[in-house]
Design a protein around this ligand. Structure first.
Ligand code: SF4
Ligand code: SF4
Length: 185
């Protein structure tokens, strides 16, 4: 059995006795107050979220956006590649076939009748964005809102689709700008 060898190397510390000023501790209190006051007037690094929202970098990955084309048609074809790539198994969908009179709604012959992302599982890795061959899903710069209920954090297709350029051109341009910024990164 190994035995630990102790050596007597401890040394007694020769403490210098405090002088009168040091025993009053006023100088130390003054230094402490000076540091406190200095920080009091500094710009605060904290923000009052959710009333205030911090600016994030261009590479930040937040809430998902489902993209439309310039005609306002949904780009997603429910191919499932994002769900396969997702390490958290957070994405689920149901595919449907486009009808003849739905060409103005869906870009391809197949579309996602149901598309959900469970934000409680999502780790915002961005692999779904990388896997998508149809330019259909992006992670925006928006923080995921908090919620008191688990159900409220399962996002449906309607929660993530960007506005339709035909009916909401300004909102669409804004959302599209965010996507284009991401593409440049
Ligand atoms: S960001 Fe990552 S974890 Fe979240 S849904 Fe996409 S692939 Fe899954
Ligand atoms: S978001 Fe992209 S990868 Fe995912 S199902 Fe739709 S088209 Fe396929």
């Amino acid at each position: 059995m190994n035995q630990i060898q102790y050596t007597n190397r401890a040394k007694a510390v020769d403490r210098r006795p405090l002088n009168f000023i040091e025993r009053l501790y006023l100088w130390n209190i003054f230094i402490g107050m000076f540091i406190t006051i200095k920080h009091f007037f500094k710009k605060k690094p904290t923000v009052q979220y959710p009333e205030q929202v911090r600016e994030v970098g261009t590479a930040y990955r937040g809430l998902h956006i489902l993209n439309r084309d310039e005609e306002g048609r949904e780009r997603c074809t429910a191919c499932g590649l994002c769900a396969v790539a997702c390490p958290a198994e957070a994405i689920s969908m149901e595919a449907a076939e486009r009808l003849d009179d739905e060409e103005h709604l869906y870009r391809e012959e197949k579309y996602a009748a149901k598309y959900e992302i469970n934000m409680l599982r999502c780790i915002f890795c961005g692999l779904c964005e990388d896997a998508c061959p149809k330019d259909a899903i992006y992670l925006s710069h928006t923080f995921t809102p908090t919620n008191y209920h688990r159900k409220g954090l399962i996002y449906k297709k309607e929660d993530m689709l960007i506005p339709n350029p035909k009916t909401q051109p300004e909102e669409y341009a804004k959302a599209k700008g965010l996507i284009d910024d991401k593409k440049k990164k």
